[in-house]
Design a binder for this molecule. Sequence first.
Ligand code: UDP
Ligand code: MG
Length: 155
Amino acid sequence: MSMEKTLVLVKPDAIQRGLIGEIVSRFEKKGLKLVGMKMMTLDEAILREHYAHLADKPFFGSLSKFMMKNPVIAMCWEGLECVNAVRLLCGITKARSAEAGSIRGDLAMSVSCNVVHASDSVENAGKEVKRFFKDGEIFDYKKTEFEHVYAEDEM
Ligand code: UDP
Ligand code: MG
């Protein structure tokens, strides 16, 4: 068991649809700790890195265009084994098949416009947090709520 940090993006479709608060609220209610948050406009360079695993897919061009349409909210959340916990909260990529109760399952219908991004492994989470945040943009503070979210031997 270890405290982890993970990257979440509130995607352009969610910004347009007024879902920022709803999405942030899901992570807050789960008991996660927000350690970084900013609005930013993505460019081709960052998207080429971020979606390198999709570079040769036919939809890569339209995906990049979608992600640059308007700003996104980048967030870094912290918690015990939270990379996996956040993926579960988000649901599977194809939103219309995502489990009800998950963010995508409740809030989206599309494969592309699926309202959130979340890091898919501890290794990638480390790289992605560094890609989207400078050192001084990640905050270290005590979240007293953790005393109630976790048992003593879990912290
Ligand atoms: N995507 C798409 N068409 C596809 C697969 C993925 O437009 O057929 C987009 C979608 O926005 C997805 C993102 O590319 O969230 C990254 O794809 P990945 O397979 O990493 O899915 P995720 O980790 O976001 O669930
Ligand atoms: Mg992914």
